[in-house]
Design a protein around this ligand. Structure first.
Ligand SMILES: [Cu+2]
Length: 364
């Protein structure tokens, strides 16, 4: 079996809203200890019709719900999710009206950014997934989690009494053997924490890159990528040797419109790609713009994945007083200025269709 750390190629809904004021919406948490499910119900929402609006335009203008906070109710590992959209009677509604959702862990920071961890995300086209039993994302009991949803109702009529329902699969602390702890990682070519990660695309072929070091060594289990139209490739390089560690190609139509991104799975049983602490790495985004003019803020390029730190205790501690962290919190609290950072998070599934699986290349 292959672990797929994949990128949900989420496209943002265009324009304003998609959601009428939803003052009555709230999040409820239930734990099913026998099925090992944490069930989140968020709603009710009244969704206005947004059919005819371009969901591909990626404007990012405030169409998300607020962030709904909850206390993580178990000690153990998160291993997957199943989600559905239902009405107040439990009838299943078209799932694709849930354009994307993001879950945030406010009690852990990201590996290379002093921003809150985006622990999972799903787009309308993201399949439910479960990690193999051998792998999980550790989450401490009582952690401050939050989630928000971007709705896009394109059914042609308003829908009332809409609920988002998500069952999170978890593994208890006492399970033996314990899962390997893997954490989401995010590498963006142009991120300002609490700000934006979009940038202009000049005519022709262009590259933008960002160099970083990791505070702890570990193994990258797999990666997905995200780009916009005219994207060609996002890749991770060893900035000291110049060697390409992994590269993800964009899949586009003849006009350059992005259809999706490749994923690279280094294998679970496998060890993944070894990354060293205090070694320089570089994430590079490549665009090929045939229009002859600059496309303002047309680009995004990032990679997301699952990373197994050699020593979890060396994961950088969250510093709530860090001005960048505070900017991140402020951007999450203000839905009208919500940035698109991490709007496309790693999901993981067992469907390796179209993936490049690489074995025996673990650098060890
Ligand atoms: Cu984007």
């Amino acid at each position: 079996m292959v672990v797929a750390a994949l990128l949900a190629s989420v496209q943002m809904a265009a324009g304003q809203g998609g959601m009428a004021p939803a003052d009555s919406a709230r999040l409820e948490v239930a734990v099913d200890s026998s099925a090992k499910h944490i069930v989140l119900m968020v709603g009710p929402f009244h969704l206005v019709d947004r059919s005819g609006e371009d969901t591909h335009a990626h404007s990012g203008a405030g169409h998300d719900t607020p962030v709904y906070h909850f206390d993580w109710p178990i000690e153990g590992w998160l291993r997957g999710f199943e989600l559905e959209v239902v009405d107040g009677q439990g009838n299943v509604l078209p799932r694709h009206i849930m354009h994307h959702m993001i879950m945030v862990n406010f009690d852990r920071r990201q590996l290379i950014y002093p921003a809150a961890e985006r622990i999972l995300g799903a787009g309308s086209e993201t399949a439910d997934y479960t990690l193999p039993k051998s792998i999980g994302v550790p989450v401490r009991l009582g952690s401050d989690l939050g989630m928000y949803i971007a709705w896009h109702n394109d059914t042609g009529e308003p829908i009332d009494d809409v609920y988002f329902r998500m069952a999170l699969e978890w593994t208890p602390r006492n399970q033996m053997p314990q899962p390997v702890s893997s954490l989401p990682v995010y590498f963006d070519v142009n991120l300002t924490v609490g700000g934006t990660n979009t940038y202009d695309i000049p005519p022709g072929r262009s590259e933008k890159s960002y160099e970083f070091t990791l505070p702890v060594s570990g193994r990258l289990l797999g990666v997905g990528g995200h780009m916009h139209d005219y994207g060609a490739e996002v890749r991770l390089e060893d900035a000291e040797s110049g060697k390409v560690i992994t590269s993800l190609s964009a899949e586009s139509d003849a006009g350059g419109r992005l259809l999706g991104m490749e994923r690279n799975l280094f294998g679970v049983s496998g060890r993944g790609k070894k990354l060293e602490a205090n070694h320089r790495y570089r994430v590079v985004g490549v665009y090929q713009n045939p229009t002859g003019h600059t496309i303002d803020l047309g680009a995004m390029a990032h990679m997301v994945g699952l990373f197994v730190p050699d020593d979890l205790k060396k994961w950088p501690a969250l510093d709530p007083t860090d001005p960048e962290f505070q900017k991140d919190l402020a951007s999450l609290a203000d839905q009208n200025s919500k940035i698109m950072q991490m709007d496309h998070m790693p999901a993981t599934d067992e469907d390796d269709h179209g993936d490049h699986t690489q074995e025996g290349d673990d650098g060890e």
